[in-house]
Write a protein that binds this ligand. Structure first.
Ligand SMILES: Nc1ncnc2c1ncn2[C@@H]1O[C@H](COP(=O)(O)OP(=O)(O)O)[C@@H](O)[C@H]1O
Ligand SMILES: [Mg+2]
Length: 342
């Protein structure tokens, strides 16, 4: 990392600053207070209501990555417990612990030690992150642990896929869905980081960044940091280069060929472009997704195409052949075009 923009400092503070410099921005800019959070105010206010009435249930947060699930519960906990935060909150990651027995032991020793409770909070909080990584059996054991300590502990269970959580746990929690962030929400937080880090980014670069992040704030910050490290001037091309994502112009050419050219011509054009630019079909598909929004298509064609894109994406992710999937996708586009002319 460069060190420009740093003034003179004592050894101690420059060492601290260097430490800060090494931090991933997702950590450096993790929201500390509820005010730092740019989204899901409805969820925080609902939970605040529970707390005010002294009726906090167990919580289940679910939704795609980078939408603030972990940040939200930690910011809430900081507000509830203040100086008692450390004694009152246990953060566990279900995916990197050595099994439910370790989790159970940690929970047990945490739950059974008395802490100086905050004035309003007569309970401790256990945050169990990435709970969908737990096996069914481990979840069964967790469910009994939850029951056992319900008197003085509240759980906040966090996962990406709510369907991977067993019904017995789901039914004991109040569920909150975290949707992807709106572009303007991502932008407002991004702007804060851009200013703090003195990033030299063009409006086009920022737009590309917003598009690529698709409501995932972690992704937005990671890409921004990588671009900032790679170049002094971040424009649209720099963003696409840095992520290895195809440039929208290339995707436009692909889509145009798919829709207008005869099957074999389109197939060959796309394969040539894929080879020349080193674009994987999966990345091409996510690019097509982004473009579809700005293309005029009747609803039935759009829905048909979206379904097929999702199918193709799924088959690619489970090891489907690119050639076969491209053929299938091309067929789907042709049908979508026919549907729109019918
Ligand atoms: N709502 C938000 N407001 C501000 N920053 C956010 C928000 N959501 C995510 N972030 C940023 O993205 C990073 C990842 O957020 P995190 O809470 O860990 O997401 P999740 O747990 O949903 O995967 C955080 O460090 C923070 O910098
Ligand atoms: Mg998280």
């Amino acid at each position: 990392m460069d060190s420009k923009g740093k003034g003179k400092a004592t050894d101690a503070t420059s060492a601290a600053a260097a430490d800060q410099d090494l931090l991933p921005w997702v950590e450096k800019y993790r929201p500390v207070t509820l005010d730092d959070l740019v989204s899901h105010k409805d969820i925080t206010s609902t939970i605040q209501n529970f707390i005010d009435k002294n009726r906090l249930p167990h919580l289940l947060f679910y939704g795609p990555p980078g939408t603030g699930k972990t940040s939200t519960i930690l910011a809430m906990a900081r507000k509830i417990y203040g100086a008692q935060f450390r004694n009152s909150v246990l953060e566990l990651n279900a995916s990197d612990e050595r099994g439910i027995d370790v989790v159970r032991e940690q929970i047990k020793s945490f739950a059974s030690t008395k802490s100086v409770f905050g004035a309003k909070a007569g309970f401790k909080l256990i945050v169990l992150d990435e709970a969908d990584a737990m096996t069914q059996a481990a979840q069964g054991a967790l469910r009994r642990v939850i029951e056992q300590y319900t008197k003085n502990v509240r759980f906040c269970i966090i996962c990406n896929y709510v369907n991977k959580i067993i019904p017995a746990i789901q039914s004991r929690c109040t569920r909150f869905r975290f949707n992807p962030l709106e572009p303007d929400q991502v932008e407002s937080r991004l702007q804060h980081v851009i200013e703090s880090e003195h990033c030299n980014i063009t409006p086009g670069g920022k737009e590309a960044l917003l598009k690529l992040s698709r409501g995932d704030m972690r992704r937005a910050l990671n890409v921004l940091q990588a671009c900032h490290a790679a170049s002094d001037h971040i424009d649209e091309t720099a963003v696409y280069n840095c992520t290895g994502n195809p440039h929208p112009e290339d995707i436009e050419a692909v889509l145009k060929s798919m829709m207008q050219d005869e099957f074999t011509t389109a197939f060959n054009t796309i394969v040539a472009l894929k080879t020349a630019k080193g674009i994987a079909l999966a990345d091409m598909i996510s690019g097509v997704y982004d473009l579809l929004a700005s293309i005029k298509l009747p609803p039935k064609s759009r829905i048909y195409l979206l379904d097929h894109l999702a199918d193709t994406e799924h088959r690619l992710s489970t090891g489907g052949s690119e050639k076969l999937q491209l053929t299938a996708l091309l067929g789907a586009v042709k049908i979508a075009v026919e549907l729109s002319q019918a």
